[in-house]
Structures are given as structure tokens and as C-alpha cells.
Design a protein around this ligand. Structure first.
Ligand SMILES: Cc1ncc(COP(=O)(O)O)c(C=O)c1O
Length: 388
């Protein structure tokens, strides 16, 4: 088969499977309607758009879309309780890229303020990227046990914190498998008691950070109310951008606390790890603001949480072990037979306190009642149900 034919067969396969792909946090029907047409008609498709470095720097690379990127950051920042005047951030390659920068800026801010690199504290339940990033940055990491509802065990955190060293707290707002949220007020209480010599709090909100601002639970990701320093969110998860991308949102003082890193050939200070960055992704975020609109995102967020409850209720009706954590759109349950795992592209996990082998469904925009009903019928028809 020629490469092009392989690609066409992949596309066909994608459309056949798309509605049944329910184990991963991807908005399978992107929110980008009309973007492709505008992109080609505007002539932008024939340009190279490169947003080099900090989009708010005075000197900008000429072939970039940083003016749009600034607008994107300011507009989204206000959804997260960061005032437009104080907001700083940029459009990232992915949630991982946002975490990479949050951990980097946090470590450098603390090092510049205290003369010491921090210890990073992160829950065992958090996404693996956080430990990998700490590894790359050569930071000491202390893994905190899973407590109630899957969030950080606060007693374990209390015992782990070394008050003589600055603390970089990586907070999971929606862990990958369980959909668990760390208790920010509880963490703050521990920090107030133990008083490490410096604190930076980064939120990994790759999935939940997309939909929570559009729900009545938006306080959870409100920087002013929660007192965190930076947050990373993926663009291809809830927002429905059609390729990996994300947002890193923080404040001007976090930027100001970084050591200057002047790069002569760019005639600018370069605080970011990345040099070249996509100039197209900010245009896609801008499209979401202007054309998809926050009203549609609000409807999508509400309907996702309703469908999550519906899925839980269907499991309960057939007496099949299943759970979902507060504010979460992820339902995890006793692992079904292999054919069901494959048909629905389920993601698997292992949690001894919930009986061991489990799978989960992430109730994204495309996981509607009809798919849930089909899935439950398959569970009922499988032999697994009789063993439950
Ligand atoms: C909690 C969490 N953080 C970070 C990531 C990584 O995000 P990305 O795939 O956008 O790099 C994921 C991915 O699923 C995640 O679930």
C-alpha cells in the first residue's frame, strides 16, 4: 500500500471509530469549524508563523502572531481569576510543555529568592510528566501518597515537607486515571503550619482546567482565590483544538523573578526554554474565543458533567462497580472483558483500594447518551457482569 493510501485508510478508520473512542481526554470533534477555510483564504497558510520566545517581549520576531497571542493570554487569564493587567503567559505545545515551564519558572523563582533549589512535592496519582520534568531539571522530588478521593494525602505531605528548603508544590487538578483533585485549601494549611522557606504552587490542570472555568466550580482554578502561581492546560483536550497545544498562564511577577537571559542574536531577553514556537496555535485559540465562543464551551462543559452522572447512574443501575470523583468527567470501573476494552479504546489503571484492575471512560463532548447506552448494553451482555 502506498503511503497516501495508508493515510486515507487511517482517516476512514478514524471516522469509523471516533464515537467509540472514549477512554482518552480528547475532544474528538474539534471546535475549529471554519478555521481551515479562513486560514487558506487569508493567505496565512502560505506563511511561516514563528512566535519566538516571550510573546509579551518588547522586541518581537517579525513573522509571528504574538499580537494575537497576547490577546489570547489576556482573555483566557480573566477566566482563571488573573487580572488582564497582571497576566503573563504563552501558548504552549501541550499540557506537558506548560508543566515543563511551570516547574522551571517555579524552581528558578525559588532559587533566585532563597539561594537554594526547591524540593518538588507531587502526588503519586499525578500525571507522569511531572516526575519526568523534575528528572530532566534535576530537581529532588518527593512523591506524596494518594489520600481520600485520590488527592494528595495531607498527612503524608506534612511529614514530607522539609521546612529548611523551598517547596515547589505541583498540584493535580484532575489526575489522569482517577480524575482526582488535590485539596488546595488543605495544602495551604499544611504550608502555613510547616512554613518552608519559600513556596511556589503550579497547577497541572491539563484536562479539568479546560472545562472548570465554564462551570459553577470555577473557584477551583481561580488564581486570586486559590493563590497558585501558574497553571498548565491542554488545548486539544476540552477546548477542542485539532492538534496538541496548550496554555501556560501566570503573572508578571513570576516572570520578573526569573534571571535575565539576554540572547544577542535575538536582541531580546529569552525567559522561555523554547525558542521557536507555533504561531498557528495562538490563532486557533483566538478562533475558539471569537467563533466557538465561551457560551458554547459552557454548554459543552455542563453537558459533559451531566453525561458523567448519567454514566455513573447506568453503572449503579446494573450494580457494576464504578466511581467518579467530585467535579470529574472521568468514570473508572472494574476492568471489563478485552473485547470491550478494545471496542471503546478504554484506558486501564490499577488501584488496589478499588479492587485492582480497572478501566476508565473520560466523558468528553462526543460521549453522548447513545454511546453510553451501547456501552452499558455491552457490559451487561459480557460474562463479566455475572461475576460482579
Ligand atoms: C493530568 C494530566 N497532566 C498532563 C497531561 C499531559 O498533557 P499533554 O498530553 O497535553 O502533554 C495529561 C495528559 O493526559 C494529563 O492527564
Amino acid at each position: 500500500m502506498k503511503v497516501e493510501e495508508k493515510l486515507i485508510s487511517l482517516v476512514k478508520n478514524y471516522y469509523e471509530k471516533i464515537d467509540f473512542t472514549i477512554g482518552y481526554p480528547v475532544c474528538q470533534y474539534p471546535n475549529m469549524e471554519g478555521f481551515g477555510e479562513w486560514y487558506s483564504k487569508s493567505g496565512i497558510c502560505d506563511m511561516v508563523l514563528d512566535n519566538v520566545g516571550n510573546p509579551f517581549a518588547e522586541e518581537q520576531f517579525i513573522l509571528g502572531s504574538s499580537v494575537i497571542e497576547q490577546e489570547v493570554i489576556r482573555t483566557f487569564a480573566s477566566l482563571y481569576g488573573i487580572s488582564k493587567d497582571n497576566a503573563w503567559g504563552f501558548v504552549t505545545n501541550s499540557g506537558t510543555d506548560g508543566n515543563m515551564h511551570g516547574i522551571y519558572f517555579g524552581a528558578k523563582k525559588l532559587q533566585n529568592e532563597t539561594g537554594m533549589l526547591p524540593i518538588a512535592y507531587v502526588s503519586k496519582e499525578a500525571h507522569y510528566s511531572s516526575y519526568r520534568i523534575c528528572d530532566v531539571q534535576n530537581l529532588e522530588v518527593k512523591l506524596i501518597d494518594r489520600g481520600e478521593n485520590g488527592g494528595m494525602d495531607l498527612e503524608c505531605l506534612r511529614k514530607s515537607i522539609d521546612p529548611t528548603k523551598p517547596a515547589l508544590i505541583i498540584i493535580a487538578i484532575g489526575s489522569t486515571f482517577m480524575g482526582a483533585i488535590d485539596d488546595q485549601a488543605g495544602i495551604q494549611k499544611v504550608l502555613d503550619d510547616v512554613k518552608p522557606i519559600g513556596v511556589y504552587k503550579h497547577l497541572d490542570a491539563a484536562l479539568f482546567g479546560g472545562y472548570l472555568p465554564f462551570t459553577k466550580y470555577n473557584d477551583i482554578i481561580n488564581m486570586e482565590k486559590q493563590g497558585y502561581d501558574s497553571i498548565a492546560i491542554s488545548g486539544h483536550k476540552f477546548f477542542g483544538i485539532d492538534e496538541p497545544s496548550g496554555l501556560f498562564l501566570s503573572r508578571k511577577d513570576v516572570l520578573a523573578a526569573q534571571k535575565a537571559y539576554k540572547v544577542d542574536y535575538l536582541n531580546s531577553d529569552m525567559p522561555l526554554i523554547s525558542c521557536s514556537r507555533s504561531g498557528l496555535s495562538p490563532l486557533k485559540f483566538y478562533w475558539i474565543i471569537k467563533h466557538t465562543g465561551f457560551e458554547k464551551l459552557t454548554e459543552e462543559a455542563e453537558s459533559m458533567l451531566e453525561h458523567t452522572k448519567y454514566l455513573q447512574q447506568k453503572f449503579d443501575e446494573i450494580n457494576y462497580s464504578a466511581w467518579h470523583m467530585p467535579y470529574s468527567n472521568t468514570v473508572f470501573f472494574k476492568r471489563p472483558e478485552k473485547w470491550i476494552q478494545e471496542k471503546y479504546s478504554l484506558a486501564n489503571g490499577f488501584l488496589p483500594e478499588y479492587g485492582g484492575e480497572l478501566s476508565h471512560i473520560v466523558v468528553m463532548q462526543h460521549v453522548k447518551k447513545n454511546i453510553i447506552d451501547d456501552f452499558i448494553k455491552d457490559i451487561v451482555s459480557s460474562s463479566e457482569i455475572t461475576k460482579n
